[in-house]
Design a protein around this ligand. Sequence first.
Ligand code: 2BA
Length: 109
Amino acid sequence: MKLLLTIVQDADANGLQRALIENGFQSTKLASTGGFLREGNTTLLIGLEDHDVERAKEIIHATCRERVKAVTPSPSITDMQEGYLAMPMEVTVGGAVVFVLGVEEYAKL
Ligand code: 2BA
């Protein structure tokens, strides 16, 4: 058995959960925050059989879109004192970041 720890953008989360249910996969949705953008994102825990991993990854890939986000880094105090202006930059986020973890045991107690 495997656990797909799947980080997606909030805008894709409901559609992905719906697509997973339609294809017979269970998932648990957690609110999370990205370390770089410090914006909310969504982490889905998806427990499945080994032979279903590729099918689930296809569903994730088909559902989650890449988006370009504009970010303006917060200047440090030194930067502000020296009059530097923070330059906006663009980062491409998503579609999804997926960690495939081995599951030692799955129990409902
Ligand atoms: P964030 O950490 O908020 O990162 C958002 C996007 O910013 C990333 O998109 C990436 O394109 C960019 N980025 C991240 N760190 C950067 C840096 N040091 N310099 C320039 N750009 C940077 P994704 O790669 O699609 O990641 C989306 C979210 O997935 C991340 O949100 C984070 O919550 C999670 N994630 C990605 N890689 C991870 C990892 N190795 N471990 C844990 N979480 C991860």
